[in-house]
Write a protein that binds this ligand. Structure first.
Ligand SMILES: O=C(O)CCC(=O)C(=O)O
Length: 255
């Protein structure tokens, strides 16, 4: 279903929009099961897929109870049809299309697996740090909780309205254990940060300049989510045609 005009207004005002129960339970469970099979080594990975292991496990500071307790994320889901089904979820696509138009590409896909027993924090950052294409307003991220996420297990935290500011300089957080590729910022307005608890199947749509991150998982279980980024086909890159990039996938026209 297309977003209502008040939802669209809220997205542009706050830089994010929470859509409860967007992904149906049965399909959500199938995506999570597929992730577990891939990251647990039961099923072969598609060629570009990569399992990122948690830094504390890599450095020997923690011995994971199971292989999945050592996984931080699974990236590049595009060539795994069962998991890429998430990116093509009809409800997700119509919400995204309400905000950036019908002609879309997916540009990045991840499953975030925050296990218990490791640091696992994701510093505050803006996703535009990872993309060269512009304009930012024509890019959007989605993040769907596989399980309930809350303060205890490290739900997302956001600074509402921060997408109206510029792309800030990102650096290495001053933490002992920082996962590969996690860059952070120390923005003004930190005390305006709010936590966004979500139930399984809830989805957060967010602007690539929105400052967000997540905390420790202090619960005994995993905190998992699946995420895609989309760009409108008319975005531009300063270096090359991003539409033929390795992870870019044209999403079929809805008509
Ligand atoms: O899942 C998380 O903990 C953080 C995810 C995130 O920051 C992102 O999707 O950009």
């Amino acid at each position: 279903m297309r977003l209502s005009s008040s939802q669209i207004e809220r997205y542009w005002e706050q830089g994010y929009l929470l859509l409860p129960g967007l992904v149906p339970e049965r399909r959500l469970a199938a995506y999570e099961d597929r992730f577990v099979a891939l990251a647990g080594g039961e099923v072969a990975l598609a060629p570009a897929m990569n399992i990122m292991r948690d830094v504390m496990v890599v450095k020997g500071a923690v011995t994971p109870a199971t292989p999945l307790h050592g996984v931080n994320k699974l990236i590049n889901l595009e060539d795994d049809a069962p998991l890429y089904g998430y990116t093509l979820e009809p409800g997700l696509l119509s919400a995204v299309r309400s905000l950036i138009g019908d002609d879309l590409y997916s540009i990045a896909t991840n499953v975030f697996n925050k296990p218990p027993g490791v640091d696992g924090r994701h510093p505050l950052h803006q996703d535009l740090r990872y993309f060269r294409i512009r304009p930012a307003d024509r890019i959007i991220g989605t993040w769907t909780a596989f399980d309930a996420s809350n303060r205890e297990n490290g739900c997302l935290a956001v600074i509402p309205g921060s997408h109206k500011g510029p792309l800030l300089d990102h650096g290495d957080p001053d933490w002992e254990y920082v996962n590969v590729g996690f860059f952070g910022i120390e923005p003004d307005g930190l005390n305006e940060r709010i936590h966004v608890p979500m139930a399984a199947g809830d989805t957060l749509l967010f602007h690539p300049l929105l400052i967000h991150g997540s905390g420790h998982n202090r619960s005994p279980g995993f905190r998992r989510a699946i995420s895609s980024h989309y760009a409108a086909a008319d975005c531009e890159s300063p270096v090359r045609d991003w539409r033929v990039g390795k992870q870019a996938r044209l999403i079929a026209d809805p008509s």
